[in-house]
Ligand binder design. Structure first.
Ligand SMILES: [Fe+2]
Length: 243
C-alpha cells in the first residue's frame, strides 16, 4: 500500500473536497488506488488567510471515524501545504503551522511566478527554523529549470523534492521535459504524491503514477521513492518536534 503525502481529501477547509460525502468517496477511492496512508495537507497561507483549524480537526476526526466504520485499510495523518509568505518562518518557529505528521518536515508551495532568488531565500529561512522543506510539485516553478539549482537547494537547505503523480502520466511540455527526466534519472526526486483535490478532474492517481514511474525511470527508482514516503510517517515519532 502506498503512502500519499500530499492530499486535499479533508472537506470544507480549502479548494479540495467540498462535502463530507466527497471526502468519504475520496477515501474509498484512495484505498482502491492502492493507498494505505494519507498525510492530509490542506492549503495554509500563513498570516494571509486564517486557517479553519477547528473545522479541520472536526472533519479529520469525522474521516477517521468513517474509516473505522467502513473498516478501510487506511491511516490518516495531519499536515499542510504551506504557501510561503513572509510570515511562514515565524509561524513555523512558533509551531502555529502544521508540519508533516508532526515532524520537522514542512511541505512548502510557491507561486509559479516566484523568482529563483525568492525561492532560495524562502528555503533558507524555512531551513533556518530547523525545518526540512519539501518543495510541493517542483515541476510547477519555471524559475527552477536547471539540475544545478536543485542540487544547490538540496545541499544548502536540505530541500526535498515532491512531484505530482499526475505529471508522470501526462505529457510534459517539451521545454520542461529534459529537466523533468533528469530530476528522476539523477535521483533528485524524493517523493511523488497525488495532490488530489476532488473526485472528478483532480482525483487520485497513485497506481497509474507509480506505473509510469517504473516504466520511465525503472523499478529501483520507483521503490526508493515509495519507501521515502513510507519512511516519513513510519519514523515520524523519531523526529517529532518537541514543544
Ligand atoms: Fe496541493
Amino acid at each position: 500500500m502506498y503512502t500519499d503525502i500530499h492530499s486535499h481529501v479533508i472537506w470544507g477547509v480549502d479548494d479540495g473536497a467540498e462535502t463530507r460525502e466527497e471526502t468519504f468517496r475520496m477515501l474509498k477511492e484512495a484505498v482502491a488506488d492502492g493507498i494505505g496512508t494519507i498525510v492530509c495537507t490542506p492549503h495554509v497561507t500563513p498570516g494571509v488567510y486564517k486557517f479553519p483549524e477547528q473545522t479541520f480537526q472536526e472533519h479529520f476526526r469525522d474521516a477517521e471515524v468513517y474509516i473505522q466504520q467502513e473498516k478501510l485499510p487506511l491511516k490518516l495523518y495531519q499536515g499542510a501545504e504551506i504557501l510561503y509568505t513572509e510570515n511562514t518562518p515565524r509561524l513555523l518557529r512558533e509551531g502555529k503551522v502544521p508540519t508533516m505528521a508532526g515532524t520537522n518536515y514542512a511541505l512548502i508551495e510557491f507561486s509559479p511566478t516566484d523568482k529563483r532568488e525568492h525561492i532560495f531565500d524562502a528555503l533558507q529561512k524555512v531551513a533556518g527554523c530547523g525545518m526540512i522543506p519539501i518543495i510541493a510539485h517542483m515541476e510547477r516553478y519555471p524559475a527552477i529549470g536547471k539540475i544545478e539549482q536543485v542540487e544547490e537547494m538540496k545541499s544548502r537547505f536540505r530541500a526535498m523534492v515532491q512531484i505530482n503523480t499526475r505529471s508522470l502520466t501526462k505529457k510534459i511540455p517539451l521545454l520542461r521535459r529534459g529537466f523533468f527526466d533528469k530530476l528522476f534519472r539523477e535521483g533528485l526526486v524524493d517523493y511523488v504524491a497525488t495532490d488530489t483535490h476532488a473526485m472528478e478532474g483532480r482525483g487520485t492517481c497513485m497506481t497509474a503514477g507509480i506505473k509510469a514511474l517504473e516504466d520511465k525511470y525503472g523499478e529501483v527508482t520507483a521503490k526508493r521513492i515509495i519507501k521515502m514516503a513510507e519512511g516519513l510517517v513510519i519514523h515520524s515519532s523519531e523526529f517529532r518536534i518537541q514543544n
